[in-house]
Design a protein around this ligand. Structure first.
Ligand code: FES
Ligand SMILES: [Fe+2]
Length: 427
């Protein structure tokens, strides 16, 4: 007897609008050290964070590290095959245990005085134990555990031992995103770059499309930056961004422009037949893309047609932006600098589905860089990178009194509202 699989579908209905007011958004949140410290105490320690991909801890001994404000965390697969996370700090005198972002180890060995832990966090060895008159009790000197859970092929961590379960934190997201089957995706491109701006200056820039006209005028050829659906959920938000259609701001709404022609060609469509029928071109593009992907062994049967042409763009509070393009998942992670509100790290990863029956491809090297001149191999992101330092610099001016936000920017308002609520809670 065949069992019908429960239908997975990403909900597309518009969420009700919360009342968020129209106040100016204070600027201290972007530039003050005091605010940054409060974020460290009250926000970064409480949330669930996307730490990395399970592929990066595929085998026992594989590990990766991440910085969360002033903390550092190491995620490792232990000898029993379990994924574990620890504060990345030696219990002797506080040295960082692992300084490299990724690698393979047999144990967690501190290079300073060679204290050593097994991969499950239990103490393995201390040189010259007889010189510690107070003893070296293993239960006191165990590595400090960090909670971790897996969803969608990613390892998530929280520094809060009392945090709600990951699924509860994610709220609507599993229902919305499970139809993509991200666990069948593998990393294809990986970048990490330091930018001269606050991490929220960066988050904000990816929470509105209002700046497309100014910073990315070229995308008006294939992206509708006006008829975007905005959904504000509990903590998280999304945009449904129509693509494969010109912006209403673009002059020629009749003829397929050269960018649309190229995109159509990529799925075998000759766009010249679509003069005056650009909506039809978008529909046919979706069908052709579905056929091409299915033929290539990528199961897109749980996706609606728009998901094959559009950008389903989610912001997972606090620091994840997802651009989901039907056969590509782009992840941006916006990390704060540990001590400087004017700096951040921007991680950009592209994941692609692994076709049925094919081996997972080898992991690409991480391209690391510094500043706006470091190219992310993407025109739009490079434009954002060049713009952001000027925003950060300008916000320090006494001539700036805080952000005056439009309705197009209400994801920003919602994001900061969520953050304010967290910061209002005692640690
Ligand atoms: S600080 Fe790690 S062994 Fe001494
Ligand atoms: Fe942008």
């Amino acid at each position: 007897m065949t069992q019908a699989r429960a239908a997975l579908k990403t909900p597309t209905e518009k969420a009700p609008e919360p009342e968020l007011g129209h106040e100016r958004l204070s600027k201290d949140r972007y530039i003050s050290r005091e605010y940054m410290e409060r974020e460290g105490e009250r926000m970064w320690k409480r949330v669930w964070l996307l730490a990395g991909h399970v592929d990066d801890v595929a085998e026992p001994g594989d590990y990766f590290t991440l910085s969360v404000a002033r903390e550092s965390v190491v995620v490792v697969r232990d000898d029993a095959g379990e994924i574990r996370a620890f504060r990345n700090v030696c219990q002797h005198r506080g040295n960082l245990l692992r300084r490299t972002p990724r690698g393979k180890i047999r144990s967690l060995l501190c290079p300073f005085h060679l204290w050593e832990w097994k991969l499950d966090g239990s103490l393995a060895n201390i040189p010259d134990p007889e010189t510690f008159p107070q003893g070296v009790p293993p239960e006191k000197l165990r590595l400090k555990d960090v909670r971790s859970e897996i969803w969608a092929g990613f390892v998530w961590i929280t520094l809060d031992p009392n945090a709600e379960p990951l699924r509860d934190y994610l709220g609507i997201l599993p229902e919305h995103l499970d139809p993509y089957h991200f666990d069948r995706y593998a990393l294809a491109e990986d970048y990490s770059v330091e930018w001269d701006c606050n991490w929220k200056t960066s988050v904000d820039a990816f929470n509105e499309a209002y700046h497309s006209q100014g910073i990315h005028p070229q995308i008006a050829t294939y992206l509708d930056d006006v008829r975007i659906q905005i959904d504000l959920y509990d903590k998280h938000t999304r945009f449904l961004v129509p693509m494969m259609i010109p912006s209403p701001r673009y002059a020629d709404q009749e003829n397929p422009n050269p960018v649309l022609v190229e995109l159509a060609k990529s799925v075998g469509i000759d766009a010249s037949a679509y003069k005056g029928r650009l909506e039809d071109l978008r529909r046919d593009f979706q069908q052709a893309k579905r056929r091409a992907l299915t033929q290539a062994g990528v199961d897109v049967s749980d996706l609606n047609d728009d998901q094959l042409s559009d950008d389903y763009h989610y912001t997972i509070f606090p620091n994840i932006s997802l651009n989901i393009l039907g056969d590509e998942l782009w992840i941006f992670r916006h990390w704060p600098h540990p001590s400087d509100p004017d700096r951040m790290t921007f991680d950009f990863q592209i994941y692609r589905p692994v076709p049925e029956g094919q081996a997972r491809p080898p992991r690409p090297e991480t391209q690391r860089g510094q500043g706006a001149q470091f190219s992310l191999n993407n025109e739009v992101l490079d434009q954002d990178a060049r713009n952001l330092p000027g925003v950060q610099r300008g916000m320090h001016s006494e001539g700036f009194e805080g952000s005056w936000l439009s309705d197009q920017e209400r994801r920003i308002r919602h994001f900061h509202h969520t953050l304010d609520q967290m910061l209002a809670r005692e640690p």
